[in-house]
Design a protein around this ligand. Structure first.
Ligand code: GCB
Length: 628
């Protein structure tokens, strides 16, 4: 090559690299987890919940030594070793941990609530438990963690079996070959530290909590098993779906999908990669899932001697013009937002079915709602399954919140991975209608590019649901008239326009001004208020409502805000902020807050504030109205 042609090649190369979108190579990467174990909750398993021991490791000595050297063996909490027995031998060896004799904690649950000294602990803690597996008899075994916040380092019998980043989604490691007969030692390092490169970052308005916050199960499968299976009703009246097998006999297998009591039975044969798709006409008698009638069917996916059972509902969801159509009919989303915190004055994210039911019942039966925004991250599978059973539509969200390192491809990859893990986990839940790709992120080109990548991945993975995001709004004043606008290029990527507004709480607007604020919003899409709210301390009363933090102020705020939003033509729903007061280190007023965000309609123990009835009345009327 001549010098000139080399120069030209370099110039062309430079031009190409300037025009290629920054994230293209990451988007092409296959971010599907190695194992999904869809519907794992219904598989044969041993629940590893219960008593674990733990060892604090604020300086991460179990992971690395000073100067980045390998951790000292006397610090490696994950070693498969009986420290007391070693000590009894005498000699020069000594240890600076002993997992067997460490303090105990009940798993699942956040450590912040477990011990007063761990309330503000933010860093690494090692957890350990022992278990004896069933005989595998040629089958396989997997560890499935429903959530570990925020990073997990997993070791079995002293060997690392995997790592995971992200506090709210499940992950699975195969341990078939790593298991021993008899007792096995499972050690998990959990690092709760968030920073500028995690999702979310360390700047939030909720307690970041640390720990093994959801159940851990040892799951048994045959050698070849159904790793993933999905089925959905299309607006064209068909049931389409697929099955992915994993194992030595995955290829060329007959697959059956059957829905009990409906006559639905689809069959297909897996390809060389163990994948099979099916597409059949939905029978006339199929009862559609809806909040009023949340019909769930027993379904079975079977292949290669493995059977995956689940309970599933069938419905369609479409955005058309300004309407949201559920099963072809316009619907108004009567909702509320929710953090993942159980009732009580020391919540630890311990979401048992009873805890989830107590929360969702307040929405369904107390507020007469039909919808819940599970903010600001994927909630427990228990909650989502219960929403399916009780008939509550769900907005599901990943914690791309406020500030994120928008230009960092590794951070985008983390976000994409989270969204995938969420979609794979929940795409068989009829309740879930909206995948949200973020909350209140300031408009700027790198941020819009980042969100667009998530929107594209979401749509590619699940074209059957709506894509949304909770957006910021802008206000302008002209001739004394305040107008609120949504000016966000991300709108092009969304099916549902969702906005958060706090006029009347933050800022200088008085409550009497709210109904006259003008909303200038595009009207070709459904608009949903993803948030509005005001703090109130339960039991603090100021009869004329003149004082912020009083129940009366919050109730009046709701009246005026409902009057304001009710004037917007394409309003199709709302999820005010929020059902229950929640822990937030951002909120430290010593009289009213003490570490709690008080925008709940219920106190942390479930006491209803005056605004609860205001919203409940509004929803009762809405439910009685003919839909638009
Ligand atoms: C918001 C955030 C939410 C906060 C809330 C508040 O806009 O999305 O996470 O907790 O405001 O209370 O200020």
């Amino acid at each position: 090559m001549s010098v000139l042609s080399r120069l030209m090649a370099a110039v062309i190369g430079l031009c190409l690299s300037l025009t290629v979108p920054a994230f293209s190579q990451d988007l092409n990467k296959d971010l599907r987890p190695n194992f999904l174990l869809t519907g794992a909750i219904n598989r044969t398993s041993d629940d590893l919940s219960g008593t674990w021991t733990y060892s604090k490791d604020l300086y991460r000595t179990g992971l690395t030594d000073i100067n980045g050297w390998v951790a000292k063996s006397r610090m490696q909490r994950y070693r498969d070793l009986d420290v007391a027995a070693e000590e009894a031998k005498g000699g020069t060896t000594f240890f600076e941990f002993d997992m067997d004799r460490g303090p105990q904690m009940t798993i699942p649950g956040a450590w912040n609530a477990a011990e007063p000294e761990l309330r503000y602990y933010d860093g690494l803690i090692w957890f350990q438990r022992k278990f004896t597996p069933k005989a595998l008899n040629g089958g396989r075994a997997f560890l499935r963690f429903e959530a570990v916040n925020y990073r997990a380092y997993v070791y079995l019998n002293g060997k690392e079996i995997g790592r995971h980043e992200g506090g709210f989604t499940p992950f699975v490691f195969e341990i078939t070959d790593a298991l021993k007969a008899g007792e096995n030692r499972l050690t998990v390092g959990v690092d709760s530290k968030h920073d500028g490169k995690t999702i979310p970052t360390d700047i939030t308005d909720w307690d970041l909590y640390g720990g093994i916050t959801r159940p851990v199960r040892l799951i048994y499968t045959p050698a070849t098993f159904v790793d993933d299976a999905t089925a959905t009703l299309t607006p064209q009246g068909r049931i389409t779906g697929s099955v992915q097998l994993n194992g030595p006999n995955a290829a060329g297998q007959g697959v059956t999908f059957a829905v009990s009591g409906t006559g639905i039975k689809a069959t297909a044969t897996t390809d060389a990669k163990g994948f099979a798709a099916f597409d059949i006409k939905a029978p006339k008698g199929l009862k559609l899932w809806s909040p009023e009638s949340p019909t769930l069917y027993d379904v079975i996916f079977s292949a290669a001697g493995d059977t995956l059972k689940d309970r599933m509902g069938f419905r369609t969801i479409v955005a058309k013009g300004a309407d949201i159509l559920l099963n072809g009919k316009p619907i108004f989303l009567r909702g509320i937002s929710l953090h993942e915190e159980e009732f009580g004055n020391n919540p630890g994210r311990i979401i048992t079915e009873a805890a989830a039911r107590a929360l969702l019942s307040e929405i369904k039966y107390g507020l007469h709602g039909n919808y819940v925004r599970l903010s600001h991250y994927p909630h427990s599978e228990t909650t989502v399954r219960l929403a399916d059973e009780m008939g509550l539509l769900v907005w599901s969200e990943i914690p791309v919140y406020w500030t994120v390192d928008w230009e960092n491809p590794a951070v985008l990859e983390t976000a994409l991975r989270m969204q995938r893990e969420t979609i794979y986990r929940d795409r068989n839940r009829a309740a879930v209608i909206i995948w949200s790709i973020g909350n209140e992120t300031p408009v700027a080109e790198p941020r819009t590019r980042f969100h667009s990548a998530i929107a594209d991945t979401t749509r590619a993975l699940d074209p059957t649901r709506l894509v949304g995001a909770a957006l910021l709004v802008k206000a302008s004043v002209e001739n004394g008239q305040t107008t609120i606008h949504i000016a966000d290029p991300l709108l092009d990527k969304l099916d549902v326009m969702a906005v958060n507004t706090y006029a009347g709480w933050y800022g200088d607007d008085t409550l009497d001004k709210l109904p006259s604020l003008r909303w200038d919003v595009p009207n070709d899409k459904p608009l949903v208020f993803s948030e509005f709210g005001a703090d109130a301390l339960a039991g603090y009363h100021v009869a004329d409502g003149s004082k912020k933090f009083s129940e009366e102020y919050q109730a009046e705020y709701y009246r005026k805000t409902l009057e304001m939003v009710g004037k917007i033509d394409n309003l199709r729903g709302m999820s005010p902020w929020i059902l229950k007061d929640f822990r937030s280190p951002r909120r430290e007023h010593p009289v009213f807050q003490n570490g709690w965000n008080r925008k709940g309609l219920l106190s942390e123990t479930g006491q209803r504030k005056a605004a609860f009835e205001v919203l409940a009345d509004y929803y009762t009327k809405k439910a009685a109205e003919k839909p638009q």
